[in-house]
Design a protein. Sequence first.
Length: 107
Amino acid sequence: MRVLESDKEFSKWPLVVGDGLSLDAIKFPSMCYPKEQHPVKQLYSDLNFKAVAAEQLKGRALLTVTKHLSIDLSNAVLNVIPGSEDVYDRIDFILIEDPQDQLAYPE
């Protein structure tokens, strides 16, 4: 595992746990317990959503283990962003009588 010099201590910890060498109860390092426990606030706390630029959102992601949690977190982010929400429907096929016209719309 490649880590920064400041994270050397943390990089050894997963190896000890994974090899079964730790007989103690697993205790995460203090860096795993941020002061702010809400993931949306952790990721976006430095932004002013009233004047946010697309470039400021680049490189930020919320990873989840379930689709339902992903939807909940996405909704929490949308609640923080000012403005109205637009929902677009998707279409799975093209309603055209002439099959040649369908070639104009690639999949």
